[in-house]
Write a protein that binds this ligand. Sequence first.
Ligand code: TXA
Ligand code: MG
Length: 337
Amino acid sequence: MIARAAECLRAGGLVAFPTETVYGLGVHALDRAAVRRLFEAKQRPATDPLIVHIGSVDLLAPLVIEVPDAVRTLARRFWPGPLTLVLPRSPVVPDEVTAGLPSVAVRVPSHSVARALIAAAGIPVAAPSANLFSRPSPTRASHVLDDLGGRIDLIIDGGPTTIGVESTVLDLSRGTPTVLRPGAITVDMLREVLPRVDVLTTIEPGPMPSPGMLEKHYAPRAPLTLFEGQPAAVLQALVLAARAALVEGKSVGVIAADDDEAALGELGGSDKHVLLRTIGAERATDVVAARLYAALRDLDAAGVDVILVRSFPAERGLGTAVQDRLRRAAAGRIVRC
Ligand code: TXA
Ligand code: MG
């Protein structure tokens, strides 16, 4: 399977494969025509650059202008793993991959299938998440099939991915290293090895630091409202909003923590117009991250009219990434309780 998939990649084909974060849709990073086909298959705007996946830091040099010491330090600590580095690119990398930007995003994934595939292919593999543009990233092979079946050449099924949200993106291409997208490698972890790390918090007008990040990337089909604040107040507001939607004759999907079942019990209950998905204990943000996108897709597939989601603690571990993805999915529909 790996040998066939590697051959397919070398020949310019589109191959979906598991990584430790989400499934990626791989393509030969130096084959412009193939990269263009990938954008078409995903219906992804050409302004949204791709991450290039390689087997080890030793294979980075041809893709970038130079490999600074900070990169070697980060690689020693976090590669292979869910950290993407943005660096000034060399002319070898096609414009199609970087959306014309002077930088390229690179990562070394740790998933055994991804590693075997990249090694067997012997080429840098550009791979965005293997979803249709604006759908949640796929965490199972079936998600890839739902979105891209018939549009791509091969899917390698490696079971559910373990992390469940996309890699941390760290921009090292200008000034202070800056986190553009939070992920499993947290700012605190990065600050253990780099003297200074900033975080992109507000999306400012003007030139886009990371074009893809402005799109409402993770949106499910039904409008999603996020309730933020103290858990008790959040659950109260969420129950009220659910009741109001039911009165309007809408069906409601709710994403909550395992701990919430008591508070939401009367909602879940017998009402067939409410679908409750609990995705882990409130504080188990690693479990919540792993199950979030599947829950969103599940509620979409069930055809609910609205999705109501409680917030999860954002201070630790994957909590920051979960908050980021939920806020994007909410696209402004955030109720502060
Ligand atoms: O975990 C992941 O990163 C997954 C797996 C498959 O590796 N990939 C992934 O790719 O999430 P994608 O294309 O869905 O997201 C890539 C992100 C986008 O937000 C994009 O804007 C940013 O990386 N990016 C890529 N190249 C960039 C660059 N040169 N400068 C700034 N941001 C860049
Ligand atoms: Mg994506």
